[in-house]
Design a protein around this ligand. Structure first.
Ligand SMILES: [Zn+2]
Length: 321
């Protein structure tokens, strides 16, 4: 199929910033975000007019993917003017290694997801993310996150007037000339922490709405006026009643479901007996390395999904044992 080579996201050498370990899924995507172009109307117009530009459509939170033996993120040629005219928004995402501009376009106002190619379909990244390559996952997450932000910031939070997209979709500005407030894409910081006993056990908990058996480490949103370490200690105390020490950072992960960044930590519990806040989590318990290694991955006990930083925190701790 000739079009496949043109449609799938470019595979490029990743220019990964220095991490202690490999980057997490959805992080360190292959596009140069090219901030210089966002504020340069001539350069932006040239990018939008480029016949080689690639479009990443988003329909109601779903990204376009190509099904098949290998699932891939799918892009469209900029010549698909039929779709461009139906989109309510286009966002400049950046340039790939060949300098080709990439744009997210929002098709959410269409009643049904448009049919693009016979083997493509709009899917929720939350569902298909683990099946995609890391580069595709990162770019689709970026497109999804920005389109989500735009659709929830159509009106100014200061005066209530309509806002409009600026800077290639990286800002919204209030159209009321007496206000003119600028609004920027938001990312909500959440801490996620592996609580251990300094030896061979960690705390795993589960929320009622998770699939049966699924367990994970604890997590919660950072509140105003808190350091990340404060948030780790508070959340652990709130959820399972354990005091903590030795709070250490691990890595971070964009989690655009819908707009979080997960900041990964480990913390050593200085007590053993838990008091579980059952309004937040259904249950929590101490689990050993041997129990984790023998996880049946079924309705009795399953680890977090493989594309999550929760899984990575557990794997890093397992490797220390
Ligand atoms: Zn305003």
């Amino acid at each position: 199929m000739g079009c496949a080579a043109h449609g799938t996201l470019a595979r490029t050498m990743r220019t990964v910033p220095h991490h202690k370990h490999a980057p997490n899924v959805y992080a360190s995507g292959p596009l140069d975000r090219a901030d210089r172009i966002r504020g340069d109307q001539d350069a932006l117009s040239a990018a939008m007019a480029s016949k080689t530009a690639r479009l990443l459509p988003v329909w109601r939170g779903n990204n376009l993917v190509q099904m098949g033996t290998v699932m891939r993120g799918w892009t469209l040629q900029a010549s698909r003017t039929d779709l461009i005219t139906q989109s309510t928004l286009s966002v400049f995402l950046g340039l790939d290694a060949t300098g080709t501009p990439h744009f997210a376009i929002d098709l959410s106002d269409l009643e049904e997801p448009p049919e693009i190619e016979a083997d493509t379909v709009f899917e929720d990244l939350r569902k298909v993310g683990p099946m995609l390559g890391d580069d595709d996952g990162a770019v689709l997450a970026y497109a999804r996150g920005l389109v989500h932000w735009h659709r929830r910031h159509l009106f100014c939070g200061v005066c209530g007037s309509p806002t409009e997209s600026r800077k290639g979709g990286h800002e919204r500005r209030c159209t009321n000339e007496n206000c003119g407030a600028s609004h920027f894409p938001r990312t909500d910081p959440a801490v996620i922490m592996l609580v251990h006993d300094g030896a061979d056990r960690i705390v795993l908990g589960r929320q009622k709405e998770w699939p049966p058996g699924r367990c994970s480490v604890l997590a919660g949103f950072v509140e105003p006026g808190e350091s990340l370490e404060d948030a780790v200690a508070r959340e652990v105390m709130e959820e399972v009643g354990l005091p903590t020490a030795d709070i250490r950072d691990n890595s971070s992960q964009p989690w655009p479901f819908p707009s979080s960044i997960m900041l990964g930590f480990s913390a050593r519990a200085t007590a053993e007996e838990m008091t579980v806040a059952t309004d937040e989590i259904e249950e929590a318990r101490w689990v050993t390395r041997a129990e984790i290694a023998a996880s049946p991955e079924d309705e009795t006990f399953a680890l977090p999904r493989r594309d999550s930083i929760a899984y990575r925190l557990i794997q890093d701790w397992m490797a220390e044992g």
